[in-house]
Design a protein around this ligand. Sequence first.
Ligand SMILES: C[C@H](O)[C@@H](O)[C@@H](O)C(=O)CO
Length: 553
Amino acid sequence: MSSREELPLELALRQAQPTMPTRRFIQLVASGDLRLSANQTCWPAQKAMEDALAKALKAEGYEIKRAHPYDAKKKHGFIASQREGIEVFRNIDPDAPLIVAEAVWQYSHHVLAGLTTHRGPILTVANWSGQWPGLVGLLNLNASLTKAGVRYSTLWSETFTDTFFKNGLKEWLTTGTVTHDQSHVRPLSLLKLPADEEQVGRDFGRRFRQNKAILGVFDEGCMGMFNAIIPDDLFHAAGCFKERLSQSTLFAAMQTVSDGDAAEVYAWLKKKGLQMQLGQNDAMELTEPQILLQCKMYIAAVRLADEFGCDAIGIQYQQGLKDLTPASDLVEGMLNNVDRPPVRSADDKRILFEGEALPHFNEVDECAGLDGLVTYRLWRELGFTPENTLHDLRWGQQYGDDYVWVLLISGAAPPAHFIGGWKGASTERQPSMYFRLGGGTLKGVSKPGHIVWSRVFVMDGVLHCDIGVAEVVKLPEAETERRWQETTPQWPIMHAVLKGVSRDQMMARHKSNHIQVVYTPNAKQAHRAARIKAAAMAELGVHVSLCGEVKAS
Ligand SMILES: C[C@H](O)[C@@H](O)[C@@H](O)C(=O)CO
């Protein structure tokens, strides 16, 4: 029996090269949020995008056929749960070509089940718009499909009339796949790093693995981000172990924090100069009681991390928690900063994690957790400021000679990254369509400088890590404001120019909605640190690729 015959039928079919049937219609699905308010608010953008897509397909002689209708009662046309998705896919011809169209942030598990058994060619498409996190949703879906071993093609467009999109669409319609330029990706295994740097990285990696680390995960995976879950055996091989915690525990621990302790954190923030955009209307504005609850959450999170001996923690922050308490963003930003309000143990005997950040991986993205902890500790050893964070790869536009990405995360980044530090930081109410009970974000503009960017992801059953360098640029205030207004003005922003990677190369390759970023003292050190980090990751068994202009020596 050949190894091919040993494969289960479904898998064999999935792995077969998809062929494009000559039907004249293309089925379409749209995955949405799990929150009705978000689906309703974002529906008009999705509708506009689907109309533009339909026009593009019509020009090629094809018609779009939605596989699920607009729901007049719910006032949107998204698949809004995993169950709904499975039911929709029952009526989809599994051999027919299928487009997944995304203009919004979506929960990938709504369509993942159906897509894992779809045999026809799959095309994921997003509109090049900052308005809602549709590109972010697309990247999460692509990464989830990659981890699941589902074959797919992907495209994006601002107008759906540009040459890049039209050529890609034509290729998909005729061959069932879209090829992208990924010449910016160089596997580390084919490169030779300078021996001294390789040794520093490998030595760090060996010690990291031997010491073992515990990453506390508060409600793994319940934001639908299948890609963000690292299988335990892969995690263990890198020296990382999960402490599975519940957001209910976090909520319960919040109830044990005294009002006085919360008030101290609040006062610390005020003294540091954090601008609080406060109002009175709890439903729409940020209020003092919301922030005080966030201060309680901050203390509770640090105490739980101490109790379970965690080296880093990740709070899932949406499902479950959003129904109980204000959002965790301000908490996350504080945790990730070395200069943060002190937290004493409940018995008042110790200051917890004194002089250190408690690395936090937003949205329980375990890939970011591994990366964040490695980076924090390695940067400390290199003598650099260790604060790092993830951002969403939200959108981007040309500015002058540069393609400047909008890296924006849905609530918090460490103030150490901001122009002016704490004094340059502000907290604004999370949009109520996402967070009914409010809560402040931790917002600022990332300072100009040289950074290393990276992303850990799961592909072909193993861990990968892409590493590159970038420059954070300062844009005029008006341009920053314009970019905020085009996206989500309450969230922290980084204006990043990725070195040696074009927009389309990045979109084609990047296997995540998130990107990890950390500062270095200058351009030369950014390249050096990227190489050392590459060696460290390789030592942990991760398949590393250097992307774009990282000099190999
Ligand atoms: C609030 C939103 O749902 C966010 O969670 C979303 O835009 C993301 O940041 C996804 O990474």
